[in-house]
Design a protein around this ligand. Structure first.
Ligand code: AMP
Ligand code: ZN
Length: 119
């Protein structure tokens, strides 16, 4: 069934609690936790509890959950107090763009200056 947990998916295992993570927020449909290899003073991942390989696929299948993920990026930014200075939300999509975990996730990055164009 679409969206069901995948046995070999790291982020499904974080949702189920089988893999530990430093969880900062949780809702009925999302989990937010600190990235294990932070690229900024604040680096939090917001994921849907349902499994889809990337954000666009999630948007097509369950748009309300994608909206929940985006709303949570704002809640994380507020809780981390990076909303005043600005922060970046990144959805790496595809291996060529740096995606390594194929369960949709938003990176919330802040607490330092950001360059544009991104690397
Ligand atoms: P991406 O490269 O966009 O697919 O992002 C995957 C992110 O997951 C990377 O930034 C990793 O550092 C992060 N990551 C991998 N394993 C874990 C873990 N066990 N707990 C928290 N973050 C993780
Ligand atoms: Zn998954």
């Amino acid at each position: 069934m679409a969206g069901e947990a995948q046995p070999d998916c790291l982020f499904c295992k974080i949702v189920s609690g089988d893999v530990p993570a430093t969880i900062v927020r949780e809702t009925d449909s999302t989990v937010a936790f600190r990235d294990i290899n932070p690229q900024a003073p604040t680096h939090v991942l917001v994921i849907p509890k349902v499994h889809y390989p990337d954000a666009a696929t999630l948007a097509a299948a369950e748009p309300q959950v994608l909206a929940d993920v985006l709303r949570e990026t704002g809640e994380v930014a507020g809780a981390e107090e990076i909303d005043g200075t600005g922060y970046r939300v990144v959805f790496n999509t595809g291996a060529g763009a740096g995606q390594t975990v194929f369960h949709a996730h938003a990176h919330v990055l802040g607490g330092r200056g950001m360059q544009w164009p991104p690397g």
